[in-house]
Design a binder for this molecule. Structure first.
Ligand code: ADP
Length: 301
């Protein structure tokens, strides 16, 4: 099969592993920088060009679209879908997952366990909002943040108020969330491929830090997940409409709580911690499912 990998850098661990897995399974991968792709949207004959060349048709496309290029990246992916390529994750599902509030609303509607979360626009509503999520300590998150940047733990009501006021003053979009203390600075990343959890790891924050992101110095290790955690991760990916997803779960006293569903999960941490060949499983999933025009939306979303 001809497989397009939408990635800005072919030397990134995840991209390299996907290229290797494609080649090992006898496919023809091509890495395409979405920001260097341009499109012809003429009726009935959509085309994608890259560095002066008409790319033609691919059997499948693996989107690895960074949060900062979601808008253009999903447009390019939609073009592939219009041309009948099978997308590992569909453009609509990626766009959905990039909106943290929309994601939490979808998950809550389907009864997936979540930390109590609030959102307000006007500073006058902050007092009541803090009460609604159960008071301090609480976590304040910038909606546009990634890798733990813009995630703040406010230990007291006063601290929470000043941080929220400061963010609102800067016109930043934020959400506030109950602090899950019993998670102990750890979270569980479940890698879901085709409705199954194929690998899982536990990320533990450094002492004195509550954010377990590997970019914040957290460490990854192999973890055995419970059947409830497994079912929660699978359901979260399904609700978001993602074939491949990294589902981040906090272990709370009332069971697993989903924090985030990532549509372009990194492979490095999870492959190393779990010893699993996730890239190979992703390509095997594509082999099983890629048929021409087999997207729900065909780029309509
Ligand atoms: P990002 O998308 O920037 O990684 P997250 O929402 O995943 O932001 O938060 C970063 C880290 O902070 C998480 O991995 C987790 O360890 C910790 N964390 C986030 N929200 C909570 C919470 N409500 N309670 C306890 N810890 C949390």
């Amino acid at each position: 099969m001809k497989i397009a990998i939408l990635s800005r850098n072919k030397d990134l661990y995840s991209t390299r592993r996907l290229i290797e897995a494609c080649e090992q399974r006898g496919h023809e991968p091509m890495v395409i920088d979405v920001l260097r792709s341009y499109m012809d949207v003429v009726p009935s004959k959509p085309e994608i060009h890259f560095k002066g060349e008409n790319l033609g048709r691919f059997d499948a496309v693996i989107p690895r679209i960074g949060a900062s290029v979601t808008f253009y990246g999903t447009a390019v992916l939609r073009q592939f879908e219009m041309m009948g390529s099978f997308p590992l994750n569909e453009s609509v599902a990626i766009a959905r997952s990039r909106d943290k509030l929309r994601s939490l609303q979808l998950l809550s509607r389907k009864g997936v366990g979540l930390p109590n979360t609030g959102y307000a626009h006007h500073p006058d509503d902050v007092q009541d909002l803090i009460k609604m999520v159960g008071g301090a300590p609480l976590v304040i998150k910038l909606l546009e943040g990634t890798q733990g940047i813009g995630v703040v733990l406010a230990e007291t009501k006063k601290a929470a108020e000043s941080v929220i006021e400061a963010f609102m003053g800067l016109k930043a979009n934020i959400l506030i969330q109950e602090y899950i203390k019993e998670a102990g600075g750890a979270d569980i990343r479940c890698l879901v491929v085709g409705g199954k959890v194929v690998a899982a790891m536990k990320r533990q924050a450094l002492p004195g830090e509550f954010r377990s992101n590997l970019h914040r110095g957290g460490s990854a290790s192999l973890v055995k997940i419970t059947p409830t955690e497994r079912a929660t991760a699978v359901k979260a990916a399904k609700v978001m409409g993602l074939n491949v997803a990294g589902v981040d779960i906090l272990r709370s006293d009332r069971g697993p709580l989903v924090m985030e569903v990532n549509s372009s999960p990194g492979l490095e941490g999870i492959e190393i911690a779990s010893g699993k060949d996730v890239a190979d499983m992703i390509i095997a999933f594509i082999e099983k499912n890629a048929k021409p025009n087999k997207t729900k939306t065909r780029g309509k979303g």
